[in-house]
Design a protein around this ligand. Sequence first.
Ligand code: NAD
Ligand code: LMR
Length: 327
Amino acid sequence: MNNAKIITITGAAGQIGYSLLFRIAAGDLLGKDQKIILKLLDITPAMGALEGVKMELDDCAFDNVEDIVCTDDPAIAFKDADIVFMVGAFPRKAGMERADLLSKNAGIFKVQGKAINDYAKKDVKVLVVGNPANTNALIASLNAPDLDPKCFTAMLRLDHNRAKGQVAHKLGISTEDIKKVCVWGNHSSSQVPDISQMEIKGDANCPLKEDMAWIKDEFWPIVQKRGAAVIAARGSSSAASAANAAICHMRDWCLGTPKGEFVTMGVPSDGSYGIPKGVIYGFPVVCKDGKYEIVQGLPIADYVKEAMMKSYEELKGEAEEVKKILG
Ligand code: NAD
Ligand code: LMR
């Protein structure tokens, strides 16, 4: 066994937390041979519920869990963290866009970005799940000046997995046969699911890529509005699928993407594909040795490019809104 990795989860008493913690503890993130210490952060009124979650974790007797710390203090939660899942934030309700959460959630990411800067390991890997995820990741990163901005990423993996799921459904095949799908842009209804590089069982020639009626009238709206559809059906926002996507994102970042595959992560743009530097944007990436790189040189169809720029414009607007809120 290696040294224990410290994994911090914010909003640990919430509904995503309830799915995420048990899967991480069971070894779905780093494997059953990796010892872990879980640091669970929530707000003071949630400490009772969080203790209950800890009791259940204890009752699972996971062999690789060395310690579980419950706290409402970011300094304790982020101390020496190797991996951080920033889930703690208010979810939207029916009829809201994710950006409507900015005024409620921006302050959380300012305070916690600073605490990550001050207490976490310098090469910490941070995944922001709380919405609006891209802009919250930007806020956290801007408040962590001593860390490489590449430490901060946002979750578009749920959108990526949704896109794969819809293709599998349409073609009547297994998702394991589908590679090189991605979702560009913001984790919002402006996101751009893209199958132009898709391979089915290693074959890039798939007639579905030319089916513009399906792409524009079914595939895009279903994936773009899936979060709202789940809220309408369940009465609360996606939780188990979000937790699963968070594990997929972080596992690939830590352990590497499978050969011949790329995945979608919200990462700071380096100017690739005409997206201005710094904005946290969904890109296709490959991960190796604990690092991610944006896949370069993919041909982009005009209709995709146009939608990508619209999604960027939306993120630019959110960043301006943040300046007004946080000063
Ligand atoms: P939830 O309300 O069930 O849980 C949120 C938890 O965060 C609560 O326990 C709450 O007490 C805690 N919290 C609030 N402020 C906090 C703070 N300052 N510090 C620490 N904890 C704090 O919500 P949920 O369903 O778990 O969703 C959490 C967030 O994830 C929401 O913003 C939701 O919109 C978002 N989300 C994102 C994606 C994605 O794909 N990026 C998917 C699903 C949900
Ligand atoms: C989702 O995509 O399911 C989450 O971002 C929750 C939401 O508000 O849609």
